[in-house]
Ligand binder design. Structure first.
Ligand code: ZN
Ligand code: ZN
Length: 336
């Protein structure tokens, strides 16, 4: 099969490699759409992911959908040809954290695209059967790929324990910030203040009815916005501290964005005096079914989010487009 493999930082090549087989308990998926996540850029640009260096040319990509191509031993479905989406946090189901319901924090978790497990920027990928969800006819492959970031939003909203009465502030209207807002809206939350500095990215929240929109986190602070819950979705270094400043006493801050570089510093006075609860959100757990349902029922509209399409050969271009954070695109989507 053809695969886009990262040989070194910013060095993607289309290689002909052996097609994987569906092992016991696995489903072989013919990949149809892969959305490029800003978290993919860490490995692409730095050549390592938080210090973990690939031991082979890596296939990246973890937000994907496709069709079932083969079933491994002991797997009874879904039938070959079925259109599917995948939750790419593959847990062992046996460790103490899995048994306690924290599958996303599994001690033996495998995340395709994080070294050393290959991801989906290829014609085929073998996935554990429990990670595969059937897409209804009304849900396309691009939306199918976007169910992964939607799942990140679902998980973050669950951690926030938001109710319709809560006043929310969201920092960053990228795909994750949009996912958080879409899920909040679907749950009847109306009061959302948003800060997004990239001009083009202020349009889609407006269509969602999210107002007021500030161009910077500081603007929300100057407006004296006080929120019961703040979602930090920008991955910006100062944003964690600003999120705390936006939260009311005894409020909650959910950090969803992945800071790049990894280190975050903040003045502890505000969270201490306000006795804030700060929650760091990790990927998603058990969100696939809800994500498919939210899209299929029309409660969440992922199809309107602006994407740009690329072929497998254009994977490097898709990565570079993601890195440039254009105002008119939320995800670059590769069709292998
Ligand atoms: Zn992602
Ligand atoms: Zn486990």
């Amino acid at each position: 099969m053809r695969a886009a493999r990262l040989h070194a930082a910013r060095d993607v090549r289309i290689d002909e490699i052996a097609t994987p087989e569906a092992g016991p308990g696995e489903v072989l998926v013919r990949v149809r759409a892969v959305a490029i996540c800003p978290s993919d850029l860490r490995l692409y640009q730095d050549g390592h992911a938080s210090g973990v260096v690939p031991d082979h040319p890596m296939i990246q990509g973890h937000e994907f959908s496709g069709e079932v191509a083969a079933l491994g031993e002991g797997v009874e479905g879904p039938p070959v040809g079925t259109r599917v989406a995948i939750e790419p946090s593959w847990h062992c189901g046996k460790c103490d954290l899995c048994r306690a319901g924290y599958q996303n924090l599994c001690r033996n978790v495998i995340f395709p695209s994080f070294p050393q497990r290959d991801g989906a920027l290829a014609e085929y990928i073998a996935c554990p059967d429990f990670s595969v969800g059937v897409l209804p006819d009304s849900v396309g492959f691009i939306e199918g790929a976007l169910i992964e970031p939607l799942g990140v939003g679902i998980h973050a909203v669950r951690l926030s324990e938001a109710t319709p009465a809560d006043r929310i502030a969201v920092l960053g209207a990228g795909t994750i910030g949009m996912s958080v807002m879409l899920v909040l809206k679907a749950r009847g939350v109306e009061q959302i203040a948003l800060a997004e500095p990239i001009e083009g990215r202020q349009e889609w929240p407006r269509e969602l009815g999210v107002d007021p929109i500030a161009a910077s986190h500081q603007e929300l602070l100057d407006d004296e916005v006080e929120a019961d819950i703040v979602f930090e979705c920008s991955g910006n270094n100062e944003a964690v501290e600003q999120a705390m400043r936006l939260a009311r006493p005894a409020g909650r801050v959910v950090v969803v964005g992945i800071p790049h570089p990894d280190e975050v510093t903040f003045d502890s006075t505000v969270p201490r005096r306000r006795e804030l609860t700060v929650v760091f959100s990790r990927r998603s757990r058990d969100t696939l079914e809800e994500g498919i349902e939210l899209i299929a029922t029309g409660a969440v509209d992922m199809a309107s989010l602006p994407v740009r399409m690329y072929s497998l050969e254009q994977t490097a271009e898709a990565m570079e487009a993601t890195a440039s954070r254009p105002g008119d695109m939320l995800r670059a989507v590769v069709e292998p």
